[in-house]
Design a protein. Sequence first.
Length: 278
Amino acid sequence: MAKEISKQALSVFEQIRQTDENGNEFWAARQLAKALEYTDFRNFLSVIEKAKEACRNSGQEVGHHLVEFNEEITHGKGAVQVYQSYKLSRYACYLIVQNADPSKEIVALGQTYFAVQTRLQEIRQMDEYNRLSTEDEKRLFLRNEMAKHNIQLAAAAKDAGVIEPVDYAIFQNHGYMGLYGGLDAKAIHAKKGLKKSQQILDHMGSTELAANLFRATQTEEKLKRENIKGKQKANKTHFEVGKKVRQTIEEIGGTMPENLPTEESIKKLDATTRKKLN
């Protein structure tokens, strides 16, 4: 039953997605407010203001992500009224759900949906990534991104109280278990046919690396945003984020990461491939 609710909730955000005359996707603020179970739009306006502030703080132009427009709302008996509203980019929606009422289940689902989709869009829009033509080039690019964000994740985990190497290994395992349906690093090695000395990340394709990149970036952000303290809470956070990324993959019909093929070690990529990314 919970799984069915999850599928219905996540599909809501796709159902209300619109496209303007130039082919740009957007969400209408009043429709999003209704989807997020805000019965009074005036209460939702305060969430929008917080999202605007977060947008400014991130160095983005508010006008690029939140554009005022007149939204038509159909009431009972087909009556149509026009209200002031906003056209929201995917990034704006992401900021809104981060600042919405966290006690609402649909808000938590929205945070997962927009976090994953926004990160995927960011990767697709990266000039460097768009110049890549082969799977090996994409793998190397994402593996390098993963290395950078793992350093940032380790720093965030340390601030949360994950200090000793053995504790960090446990913390990482919780993220893997969430994303890989309960499999820890050892079990993933066995599933993928890898030796103990082989790095899991070095044998992932671009799709699997992208999923793990979502896991790392969103966990880092959640640890910082919610000022999470304590090893157990940090572990739980990593597991929950991994699990939500897994749920999103399932909802969009993707292949579970443990079932993706094991690739040749990224360390064996030839010098030409590496040079293209420098």
